[in-house]
Design a protein around this ligand. Structure first.
Ligand code: HEM
Length: 442
């Protein structure tokens, strides 16, 4: 028998997550110390890295994310694995996600202002309409079974994003493939995703697709976290911005492009293209995984389904608990800009510091009986959407999607149950669901 692998190694290995999240390993580490050292062993063909500090407790995760001067998003960007070259680092740093104040603050301010009250209320209205249409399609008729991940959860985030970005609906499949390539690069099923049918898209989509990289002889694609890896996305963003400047719509990106900041500065073409990249990825995969995760919570807890059907007013609180229980984004990374102490542990200048939302959201110091799924949990100060200056810009839209979708699903069913084994994504970053067979009674 081979000896048990050390907890940090298990937690780091993307293959672990195909079987499920190693909650017990995280709990052991969290109880032992506020931060754990995790060696970066070679995985999936990536070379070994220098290792990182994993921050496990709720209070420490907040404290890291609230101090961008000390725990920088820009210095080494926000993914565990370092960008391969200084050029690749320079490239990802053009995105607000990988900026620190004050650079970050300018873009954040412009973008926050583009989410006007009117634009947001229109988006909410459309989300409810999309959720209704999707459920009409799937839950009406004699079928009684489907793959929730593919047939229910995949389209709502795409339709919502298309509305936010002003992307014509027939092109939304492009967003699906792009975010698969970026987020799913650790999983062979997703890394070369090409589901979109150009014949169904606009001329803009066809022009962009002509630039799509082709997989190498081993099936691999160029690194999606470089500009060269995503030429089709950049071409599309460029064409879209030209179109929006010519003929502005009522979408957030049209508003953004028309805005000027205090000094009269406008969003540049490069800034727009990078924001498009960030939204296309951040707003899609997260929910494509979060919605099936929320469904699994309900499948495993039929009593919660009954309670929600009996009292739909419980939905807002239940949605928070579904998000906490699943925690679709498991980690984010910062880099220490100076020597400091975290929970008594000395952290060196330049060390990678990785916050575990998965662990923080099960911290027994904040959540009594944290493994329990309790739709009446109150308070529920989970960190699903992060904390501090980079707090998720799409949190409101994400919450609206969770609530709208499950109101529709529960309103049309009297029972929901598993109809087979779910399949999980191979990734140590997103807690992903690739297949979720469900059955229902109308
Ligand atoms: C359940 C769904 C979602 C989850 C779990 C999630 C999670 C997160 C987290 C944890 C961060 C913080 C990253 C950091 O601190 O470095 C973040 C940032 C961000 N999210 Fe989300 N997100 C979700 C949905 C969305 C949606 C729907 C959109 C867009 C419509 C979006 C857009 C963004 C953007 C633009 C940022 C960067 C903000 C900044 O750097 O200031 N997210 N998200």
């Amino acid at each position: 028998m081979s000896p048990a692998r050390p907890d940090p190694e298990v937690i780091f290995d993307p293959a672990t997550y195909v079987e499920g999240v190693p909650f017990e390993a995280l709990a052991r580490l969290r109880r032992a110390a506020p931060v754990a050292w995790v060696p970066e062993t070679p995985v999936l063909g990536w070379p070994a890295g220098p290792g990182f500090w994993l921050v496990l407790r709720h209070a420490d995760v907040q404290s890291v994310l609230a101090r961008p001067q000390l725990f920088s998003s820009a210095r080494g960007a926000t993914q565990i694995r370092d960008p391969a070259t200084p050029q690749a680092l320079g490239y990802v740093r053009q995105m607000m996600l990988n900026m620190d104040p004050p650079d970050h603050s300018r873009l954040r301010r412009l973008l926050s202002r583009a989410f006007t009250r009117r634009a947001v209320s229109q988006l909410e209205h459309r989300i409810r309409g999309h959720a209704r249409a999707i459920c009409d399609r799937v839950f009406t008729g004699p079928r009684g079974e489907c793959d929730f991940a593919k047939e229910v959860a995949a389209d709502l985030p795409l339709l919502t994003l298309a509305d936010v970005l002003g992307v014509p609906h027939q092109d939304r499949g492009l967003l699906f493939d792009w975010s698969n390539r970026v987020i799913g690069y650790q999983d062979p099923d997703y890394a070369a995703s090409a589901e979109f049918d150009p014949a169904a898209g606009t001329p803009m989509a066809r022009r962009a697709l002509a630039l799509r990289p082709v997989p190498g002889s081993d099936g691999s694609m160029p690194d999606p976290r470089t500009r060269d890896g995503m030429p089709d996305l950049y071409a599309y963003a460029h064409l879209l911005a030209e179109e929006k400047r010519r003929r502005p719509g009522d979408d957030v990106m049209s508003i953004l492009l028309a805005e000027a900041d205090e000094d009269g500065g406008r969003v540049s073409a490069a800034e727009f293209e990078n924001m498009f990249w960030l939204f296309a990825v951040a707003g899609n995969e997260t929910l494509r995984n979060g919605l099936p995760g929320a469904c699994i919570a309900l499948l495993e807890h039929p009593g919660a389904q009954d309670d929600l059907r009996a009292d739909p007013a419980l939905m807002p609180g239940a949605a928070e608990e579904m998000l906490r229980w699943w925690t679709p984004v498991m980690t984010f990374r910062r880099t220490a800009t100076g020597e400091c102490e975290l929970g008594g542990q000395v952290i060196g200048e330049g060390d990678k510091v990785v916050v575990s939302f998965t662990s923080a959201n099960r911290d027994e110091a904040v959540f009594p009986d944290p493994g329990r799924f309790d739709i009446r949990r109150h308070p529920n100060p989970h960190l699903v959407f992060g904390y501090g200056p980079h707090f998720c810009l799409g949190a409101h839209l994400a919450r609206t999607q969770v609530r709208a979708l499950f109101e529709e699903v529960l309103g049309r069913t009297s029972t929901l149950r598993f109809a087979g084994q779910p399949a999980y994504l191979r990734s140590n970053f997103q807690r992903g669901v690739k297949r979720l067979p469900i059955a229902w009674t109308a």
